[in-house]
Design a protein around this ligand. Sequence first.
Ligand code: AMP
Ligand code: ZN
Length: 477
Amino acid sequence: MKNMIQFFNTLSGRLEHFRPLEKGMVKFYTCGPTVYDYAHIGNFRAYMFEDLLKRFLLFMGYNVKHVMNITDVEDKIIRAATEMGISLQQYTKVYTEAFFQDLERLNILPADVYPRATEHIPEMVKMVRALMEKGYAYQKDGNYYFDLSRFPDYGRLSKIDMGARKAGVRIDSDEYEKESVHDFALWKAKKPGEFFWDTELGPGRPGWHLECSVMSSKYLGETFDIHCGGVDNIFPHHENEIAQSEAYSGKQFVKYWLHCQHLVRDGKKMSKSKGNTISVQDLTTQQGVDPMALRMLLLSTHYRKMLNFTSDALHQAESSLQRIRDFLYELETQSFPEGGLSGVETLIREAESGFVSGLSDDLNISTALSAVFGMIKKANILLSLGEVSHKGAMRLRSAIQSWDSVLGVLSDRGQQTLPADLQQRIDQREQARVSKDFALADRIRDELLAQGIVLEDTKEGVRWKTIPSSPSKKRSP
Ligand code: AMP
Ligand code: ZN
C-alpha cells in the first residue's frame, strides 16, 4: 500500500510516487514561525497541512522525524527588540510560547525538534566559512554573500527567470522583492546599535535563509525526504536553501518539496503587512470559535488550492464537525442488540478505501472526507432502522477513531464546556421538569435556543449542543 502514495513535488512540477530514502522512515522539515509577532491563521494553514501530511504518513505506518525551526533572529525582530531596549530572547519569548499554545489548541502534533536560530550560530559560521573556501561565497564590507553565478542550478525549484539576474547586485534584507534575483546575504555585518555575535566571520548575524540549511542538515542529514512551507517560501527562501545546502554538501538537499497555497481573506493573502490577520487566540478565546472547528476548516480545502476564510466556511466546518460528534455520541450512548456485523463491515471497508486512496493521491482531503461522511450517512440510516448490533457499533466507533488519528478533530481540546450561567439554566430546567413545571421548563429551553444551545432529552438525561452561529453573530470572523 505504501508505494501507492503520490505527492506533487514543486521541484519537478508533477505528481511523483513517494519513496523515502530509508525504508519506513520519513525525514521531514517544515519552516517554522518567525517569532516577531503572534502567528495568524494563515500561518496555521501551512502548519495544518503539514500536520495532515505527517499524520497520514504515521497512519500509513511510517516513522516520521519532524524538525521545525523557530526563527528567533531576523531583521524585524532585531529592529523591534532594539527599539524596546530588550534582548532578542526577551522579545521573542512571548511569541514563541503563544505559538506552542496555538499548536496545542489546534491539536497539531509536536515536532521532534524545534531548533532555534540563535542556538545554532557556530554551525552557521561553519557553513559560511566552508562556502567561502569552496568559492561559492564572497565578502564585502563585513557582509558575506552567496555568489549565484557559481550555482547554475539556481531557479530549479521556483522556475524563476535567471535572465533577470543582475551580476554583482547584492541583497542584504531578509525580506526582498520576489522578482529580483540577486546574490543574497549569508551573514550580515554588525550595524551600529544592533545585536551581533562576535565570530570568526567578524561581528554580525546570520541571514534568514542560512538557518534552515544549517538546522535541517544538523537534525536530518544532508539529504532528507520532505521539505514543506507555504508557496511564498518557494522563492527566495527555499531556492536559497537549496543553493546553500547543495553547494556545501555536493548532494541533493531534499527529495520532495511540498507547498501549500495561501489562506486568503477578502481575496487578499492573510499577512501582517496587509493588516488582515486573525490569530488563533482571537478566534477561539475572544470569539468563542471551537478550535476543532477551526482545525476542520483549515484541513478541509486541498492544500494546493487557495483557502478563502469566511464566516460561512467556518460555519460549514462547525456543522461537519458536529455531524461526526453526533454520530459518535449515538454510538456511545445508544444501546444495541447482540448480533453480527451485517452491512456495517462493507460500509467501513468502502469508506476506509476511499479515505486512504484519497489521501494517498496528493492528500486529496475532499475524497477522504466524503468517504467518511458517506459512511456516516449510510450508518445513520442503519441506526435509525435498528440494524446495527453492539459489535457493529463498536466497529464503527473504532473506524472513526482510527481516521481521526489523521484528522485530529475529535480531540478533547475541542470539547465545549458551557459558561456557568448557561449550565445553571439547564439544571434549573431539569428541576422544573422534575417538579412538573413544564411551562418554566419550556421557557428556559426557548431562552437557551435563542442563545444557540439546543437541548435534547434522552434516556440518559438531557444533552446539549450548539447550533452553528449565524453569519451575523459576533463570533464570525
Ligand atoms: P512566516 O512566519 O511569515 O515565516 O511564515 C510561516 C509559515 O506560514 C510559512 O510556511 C509561510 O509560507 C506560511 N504562510 C504565511 N502566510 C500564509 C497564508 N496567508 N496562507 C498560508 N500559509 C502562509
Ligand atoms: Zn525555512
